[in-house]
Structure formats: structure tokens, C-alpha cells
Design a protein around this ligand. Structure first.
Ligand code: GUN
Length: 295
């Protein structure tokens, strides 16, 4: 069984991005800039934002984090986004989700200039993805990272049956639409399963490529997987574990030990899809810089 090593691929990718940032600076005298807005004090969001800022600096980009109080109004947040839309030093804008309940996440997504929407959440970017205009859009970072892993591991996808479990706007929907496109690492027959699907195992057992993005620890068991399938685990679930210092550990949506006896290739958790997400965010930011500067 092949372990698809997202940690290693993300390191390779970050080295490639660092070299590209250096050559962009040599040509233009400028650096790509990513601004992340975080509203409130959600501990998981704070960790994600810190990691994004740290990795951004590691590859030589300019990272700015704007911290806003938990009681920030939607208007104040949107006014700030409009300023960033007009700031030529900002090439990528990301508003960390979830947002406090007084703020409408969709209104915030709509306020971001699609040409700086490095999360790929704006309907213009998602619409371009659905219609196959990938050269002019941003693909949301987790699905884009999975595509990169499939490509770098030369996983055969053309004409294969890809089953995506989960229909979120961040992962499931863009992932399924990406696998449907006529590209090298896609071109699949695609099925989407979700919470109202009757008999999920009936579908997952037919998957050549199974992508689990449910958010439930160990949801995909060995009996749900076709022998030889490629299994991609998007889940990051905390489960209690008294034997660790923190009292918990991270597991995916796939029962890794049991499924590894059936699958031909799998992403681990941690060290699979997770590290790719930030790398793709920076790739999108570099792409935004290159487009804005006509490179
Ligand atoms: N919260 C969890 N994942 C993400 C992400 O990819 N982007 C944003 N903006 N918020 C998130």
C-alpha cells in the first residue's frame, strides 16, 4: 500500500514557490502579499491563521494578519475588505471562517474582489471552476491540494469512478466539480454522497478514487472500500487520547489501519491533505501576483 505523503509534497512545493517568489522580485522589485482577517478568538482558527502567516513568511511573501474583535459588525468587516481590494500591495485576501453569528459569511465572500479571492470561495471563481475556465480562476485550496497530490503521484484518473463523501462549499462541491473536468489528474465519473444519501456503502464500494470529507472520525471502514481503491482522507478530527500530552490526537474520516489492508494508496492524517492546503493558498497568492503584474 502506497502512502501519499502530503508533508513531503508540500515541502517540495514550498521550495518551488520560494524560488518563484525570488524570481518575481527580481523582475518586478515587488513581493506578493497575503492579508488574512480573523474575527474573534476561535482557538482552532487562531492556529490555522498563525500557520498561514508563518508559512507565508518562510517562502518570502509579505504576510499581514488583521485581528478583529468578536463583536465586529458586518459593515466594518466589509469596509475593511473594500480597502484591501483597492490596495495594490495586497494580492490575496482571506477571511478565516467560521465568522461570528452577526456576520453573514456569504455577504463577506461576495465583498472580496474575485481576482484576490485566493480561497476560491467567490461565486465567480466557483462558477469558472464548474464551467472549466481554470486558467482564470482560483480553486479552493483543499481540493486543489488533492489534485496536486493525485498528479504528483501519477494516479490514473481518466474514466475512473470518483466518489466524494461530503457536499460542503469548501471541499465536497468544488472537489466533485474538479474531478469532473477534462484535465490530466481528473476526467472522472463522479458521484457525491451526503447526509441524506441512502446506503452510502453501496456507492463507496464502487469507488476507484474515494474522497472522504465528512468530518466524522473513522466514518469510512474497510468494508466500504473496493480492493485496490485510492483513498483520500480530508478529515481532521480531535479524539480523546489519555496517552498523549495534550489529551487528544488527530484522526481522519477513514479508519486508517483497517482500510490500509484494502486500499492501493492512501493519504494519512496528519501528514496527508492537511499540509497541502496552506501550500496551495500560497500558490494561489503567487498566481494572483503574477496575473496582476502581467507575468
Ligand atoms: N476555515 C477552515 N478552513 C478554511 C479555509 O480554507 N479558508 C477559510 N477562509 N476559512 C477556513
Amino acid at each position: 500500500m502506497l502512502i501519499i505523503d502530503g508533508k513531503k509534497v508540500s515541502l517540495d512545493l514550498k521550495n518551488e514557490l520560494k524560488a518563484s517568489v525570488e524570481s518575481c522580485q527580481a523582475i518586478t522589485g515587488k513581493l506578493p502579499g497575503l492579508t488574512v482577517i480573523i474575527v474573534g478568538h476561535d482557538p482552532a482558527s487562531q492556529v490555522y491563521v498563525r500557520n498561514k502567516a508563518k508559512t507565508c513568511k518562510e517562502i518570502g511573501m509579505i504576510s499581514t494578519v488583521i485581528e478583529m474583535a468578536a463583536d465586529t459588525t458586518e459593515k466594518h468587516l466589509i469596509d475593511t475588505i473594500h480597502e484591501l481590494n483597492n490596495d495594490p500591495a495586497v494580492h490575496g485576501i482571506l477571511v478565516q471562517q467560521p465568522l461570528p453569528k452577526q456576520i453573514d459569511e456569504f455577504a463577506v465572500t461576495l465583498a472580496i474582489d474575485p481576482s484576490k479571492d485566493v480561497d476560491g470561495f467567490h461565486p465567480e471563481n466557483l462558477g469558472r471552476l464548474v464551467m472549466g475556465h481554470l486558467d482564470k480562476c482560483f480553486v479552493s485550496c483543499t481540493p486543489y491540494g488533492i489534485l496536486e497530490l493525485l498528479g504528483r503521484y501519477n494516479i490514473e484518473t481518466r474514466g475512473k469512478h470518483c466518489v466524494v463523501v461530503g457536499r460542503s462549499n469548501i471541499v465536497g462541491k468544488p472537489m466533485a466539480n474538479l474531478m469532473l473536468q477534462k484535465l490530466d489528474a481528473t476526467n472522472c465519473t463522479v458521484t457525491i454522497c451526503h447526509s441524506a444519501t441512502k446506503n452510502i456503502p453501496f456507492y463507496t464500494q464502487q469507488a476507484d478514487i474515494l474522497i472522504a470529507a465528512i468530518g466524522k472520525a473513522g466514518f469510512i471502514t474497510a468494508d466500504m472500500v473496493k480492493p485496490g481503491a485510492v483513498v483520500i482522507d480530508v478529515g481532521i478530527n480531535r479524539i480523546e487520547d489519555a496517552s498523549t500530552k495534550s489529551g487528544y490526537r488527530l484522526v481522519g474520516d477513514v479508519d486508517f489501519d483497517a482500510v490500509s489492508a484494502v486500499a492501493s494508496a492512501m493519504t494519512p492524517v496528519p501528514g496527508g491533505v492537511g499540509p497541502m492546503t496552506i501550500a496551495m493558498l500560497l500558490k494561489n497568492t503567487l498566481q494572483s501576483f503574477q496575473r496582476i503584474n502581467g507575468l
